[in-house]
Design a protein around this ligand. Structure first.
Ligand code: COA
Length: 257
């Protein structure tokens, strides 16, 4: 299927969605949200795909919502647009497979918000992060005011969202927003290496791991650990769990389905 604003490719068990409006630094417009949502549905329906990578074409991952839209927005239209993005990012979070954001350049505003919906964030050394909406007399509309504090803590999130300050990849890593930083030329190769490693792991265990971490985080400890308990049990419904233990005991590499 051909898209106008994104590219989509599958290589073995790893799919890659590339934001592709490079002349506008991949600014998010309604068509991009809609195409992203269509790709996510396609990924969700395809059991052969075990990992999804999100990345950007050109100098940016995504330089935010398309500001061209803003002058015409009524409050209701703005809220509607914000809800579209929020729903697509829940779609990312709720995919049953791991999602890696390979942040190649600017990840500002909506770009930072898209990256934060991924399970793992990698960045090129030249990547830049921030929630600069405040500089437009706005606030983040795609979950940034909530996901950033969950990732880096309230104090840092307040400082970044209130000042609109842009940070580089090294600082993003030092505050825990980004897991690993690579030279730009190595970003995709390193991301693919990790993605292929994930693609070989047990599918149910990955899905349970992701669900328990995400859903448990906003719950009290007892409820969250009860979730873990159920999910731990469920892992044993998958023959992969037996294969994992058998392979360890037989001192060989496991071969998961
Ligand atoms: N919305 C719409 N267009 C955008 C955009 C956005 N969020 N970010 C970049 N663009 C467009 C620019 O208007 C420009 O288009 P043009 O060539 O038709 O004029 C093109 O992308 C290149 O951007 P430019 O600003 O010339 O590049 P730069 O290297 O000088 O600056 C940034 C890069 C990212 C610092 C700058 O583009 C920027 O601040 N973007 C907005 C970031 C932002 O506030 N995001 C949150 C929005 S809520």
């Amino acid at each position: 299927m051909a898209y106008n604003t994104v590219l989509f490719g599958v290589d073995g068990r790893v799919a890659t969605l590339t934001f592709n409006r490079p002349d506008k630094l991949n600014a998010l417009n309604p068509e991009m949200w809609s195409e992203m949502s269509a790709v996510l549905s396609q990924v969700q329906k395809n059991p052969e795909i075990r990992v999804l990578i999100l990345t950007g074409q050109g100098r940016a991952f995504i330089a935010g919502a398309d500001i061209q839209l803003f002058p015409q927005f009524s409050p209701l239209e703005a809220a509607y647009y914000s809800k579209i993005g929020q729903d697509v990012l829940f779609q990312v979070e709720e995919l049953p497979i791991p999602v890696i954001a390979a942040v190649n350049g600017f990840a500002l505003g909506g770009g930072c918000e898209v990256a934060m919906a991924a399970d793992i964030l990698f960045a090129a050394e030249e990547a830049k992060f921030g929630q600069p909406e405040i500089n437009l007399a706005l606030i983040p509309g795609f979950g940034g005011s909530q996901r950033l504090s969950r990732l880096v803590g309230l104090g840092r999130a307040r400082e970044l969202c209130l000042t609109g300050r842009t940070i580089d990849a090294a600082e993003a890593r030092s505050i825990g927003l980004v897991a690993r930083v690579f030279p730009g030329a190595a970003l995709m190769a390193e991301t693919l290496k990790v993605a292929r490693g994930l693609a070989e792991k047990g599918r149910t265990a990955l899905q349970m791991m992701k669900r328990v971490i995400d859903q448990g985080f906003s719950q009290d400890l007892r409820s969250a650990i009860a979730l873990e308990n159920d999910a731990f049990g469920l892992c044993f419904a998958d023959p992969d769990a037996r294969e994992g233990a058998a392979a360890f005991l037989e001192k060989r590499k496991p071969k998961f389905a």
